[in-house]
Design a protein around this ligand. Structure first.
Ligand code: FDA
Length: 315
């Protein structure tokens, strides 16, 4: 077995162990890492993080941590957390013109809850969108593993009928994504393009980093040439340079697309891009479900382990 497979199996193993969870949650070194990648446990912590980002011209999209909910009450509680978050951001004047928006995982809103899971997730997402509209901001649907792509895009279509500004994430590692980009590169359509963070089978996804990068560039071309609003979600300097060049080639004004990065990753580059007049949005996770977020991200792809370890090393 190659070392990355062993590493992945090990990480997935500890992600299910309560004993290891307690150990890691209480270790001082973990708290340091968590504090770097997660804004905090409470709504107020997320709001403070957004205030800090806006102080130096960075936009935000806030994610209430949690996913794969198999409990109706939990799905409703997640919706309520988003309503509370939007109200708190709006009260502080942080949502004007979409400066702070929210990102939703449909599996946290009930997508996996049996036959009517999609309907439930749609209803919860719709309630979040209604309040977002009142607050003058937007909502973006995160993309999870490939078994949920069709359902997520179907919920997106339903939501966009009433809220045309709802955006979605597309993952460059999926073979289907270039075609999904063509479908979504239409007027007002907001598409957040990322590489993809889940371990996916060869039948549906490119496996090598090189192939994923090539696909990312093909997808980016489609989005930049299209009429929608591309959101370039990557920390990769080569892809950022290519995005900038494609934006120029397609005569895009700086307010017709944006760069996006994760909270705590390459903060100096985030500030540099914002200072240079680009729209720079930061994905801000908060909540007490951080253990799964960090460990699963590391386990899903060996590259993610390096991603977090590199960030810790450059602290
Ligand atoms: P990658 O991790 O391959 O790194 C490429 C290069 O970037 C490195 O070689 C290095 O040069 C540079 N770099 C990276 N980290 C660095 C660091 N800490 N310091 C210095 N340089 C560094 N995924 C998903 O499946 N569904 C989703 O909904 C989302 N949502 C999402 C939103 C946003 C805003 C972002 C930024 C990302 C996501 N993702 C995601 C995660 C995404 O799919 C991907 O796993 C990570 O962004 C890592 O991929 P990169 O493109 O950053 O490149």
């Amino acid at each position: 077995m190659d070392p990355s497979t062993v590493l992945r199996a090990g990480l997935l193993g500890i992600s299910k162990s309560d004993k290891v969870k307690n150990l890691i949650e209480n270790a001082p070194v973990s708290r340091g890492v968590v504090n770097r990648f997660v804004a905090g446990a409470r709504t107020a912590d997320a709001v403070s993080a957004v205030v800090g980002l806006q102080e130096d011209g960075r936009l935000a999209t806030v994610d209430f941590l949690g996913e794969d909910t198999l409990d109706r009450r939990q799905a409703s509680a997640t919706r309520d957390a988003y309503l509370d978050l939007l109200s708190a951001l709006s009260d502080r004047g942080l949502t004007a013109n979409g400066a702070a928006e929210v990102s939703l995982k449909l599996s946290a809103l009930g997508l996996a809850l049996g036959a009517d899971g999609e309907k439930l997730a749609l209803e919860h997402a719709r309630q979040v969108c209604e309040l977002a509209a009142t607050c003058g901001t937007t909502v973006t649907l995160d993309m999870e593993d490939y078994t949920t792509t069709d359902a997520t895009l179907s919920v997106l279509r339903d939501l966009r009928a009433d809220f045309p500004w709802v955006g979605a994430v597309l993952q460059a590692y999926l073979h289907r994504t270039e075609s999904d980009c063509r479908d979504l590169a239409t007027a007002d359509s907001r598409v957040r393009l990322c590489k993809g963070a889940y371990k996916q089978p060869e039948s549906v996804a490119y496996q090598s980093a090189h192939d994923v990068d090539l696909s990312y560039v093909r997808c980016l071309k489609v989005l930049m040439e299209g009429e929608g609003y591309p959101m370039v979600a990557s920390h990769d300097p080569r892809l950022i340079a290519i995005a900038s060049s494609l934006a120029g080639k397609n005569h895009r004004e700086p307010d017709s697309f944006e760069y996006q990065m994760l909270y705590g990753i390459r903060p100096d580059e985030q500030r540099r891009l914002a200072k240079a007049g680009h729209q720079m949005r930061i994905y801000v996770p908060y909540g007490d479900q951080w253990y799964g977020y960090l460990v699963r991200r590391m386990a899903e792809r060996p590259a993610n382990t390096m991603f977090f370890l590199r960030a810790v090393a450059t602290k």
